[in-house]
Unconditional design. Structure first.
Length: 276
């Protein structure tokens, strides 16, 4: 499908914007308002099927699942955002410095990142959490450490590619400061590559946080998280399947939305480069 001006309709981008927009809206709203209390229990409404009163039904404690999904969605997105922010920020700094200057620091950082990448990410996260203890703060710290090497490698590779570009050579001849070259001249030109990696990292962080909470070492009850909601619902898959379907499909919706959004951004930037 094409628009009148001849440009292709970026269906991935628009679908991603709609899906992520709905998720973000519900998640942010969940911090300030929910139809029912996320912790209030009601023995009379245990395992109520989805209805107008409770669109997603209620769980084994009579709590409104839609309200808990709203709060859990916000919690999962907040943790994932903080993980990507801290790991991405560290990855930008380390990747920029090592990629541009090289030398002993580059070798040392690459040795550390290679060592961290040698472990499965989930296993490494579990090891760090076992040292620090459970809880959302420690999940953020451990996941940030695990995600950082990937960002370091991506940024480093782009800085190595661009450090000898003609416009960078001219900047050096004009005696432009090194850190100005790093973060004003080179960094904006790796945005498209880095942005896609951020979106992929965000999706991985969502799945990792949900997995940690599912195992009981992430967000702790009574706080709502999509992962611990799935864990609580696993014993009622036959008698009350809506308890698992609501958080499970929410995770799928969130990951799919951000995947479509990142693919749309990639296609949009590629089309812009080809047009130029």
């Amino acid at each position: 499908m094409k628009k009148k001006n001849g440009k292709k309709w970026n269906k991935y981008l628009y679908a991603g914007i709609v899906m992520t927009g709905i998720a973000v809206l519900l998640g942010v709203a969940g911090f300030f308002w929910t139809p029912y209390s996320t912790t209030a229990m009601s023995a009379a409404e245990k395992f109520s099927a989805p209805s107008l009163r409770h669109p997603f039904g209620t769980d084994n404690f009579g709590r409104d699942i839609f309200s808990r999904v709203m709060r859990g969605l916000g919690t999962t997105m907040l943790i994932s955002s903080l993980v990507v922010f801290f790991s991405g920020l560290a990855g930008i700094f380390l990747g920029a410095v090592t990629g541009y200057f090289g030398g002993i620091l580059d070798e040392a950082v690459m040795q550390v990142t290679d060592a961290l990448n040698g472990f499965p990410s989930i296993l490494l996260t579990l090891v760090i959490i076992s040292i620090l203890g459970s809880g959302r703060q420690n999940v953020i710290i451990s996941m940030s450490l695990v995600f950082m090497p990937g960002f370091v490698r991506i940024v480093r590779g782009e800085f190595i590619r661009l450090r000898d570009a003609d416009y960078i050579k001219r900047a050096r001849m004009m005696e432009v400061g090194k850190f100005r070259i790093l973060f004003i001249h080179i960094l904006p030109n790796i945005f498209s590559v880095f942005w896609v990696s951020v979106m992929i990292g965000f999706n991985n962080a969502i799945l990792a946080e949900s997995g940690m909470s599912y195992l009981g070492i992430g967000v702790q009850p009574p706080d709502a998280s999509l992962g611990n909601m799935l864990s609580d619902a696993q014993g009622y898959l036959q008698s009350a399947p809506w308890c698992a379907l609501a958080p499970g499909l929410t995770i799928v919706w969130l990951v799919l939305g951000f995947s479509l959004f990142s693919e749309g951004i990639r296609r949009w930037t590629s089309a812009a480069v080809n047009f130029v």
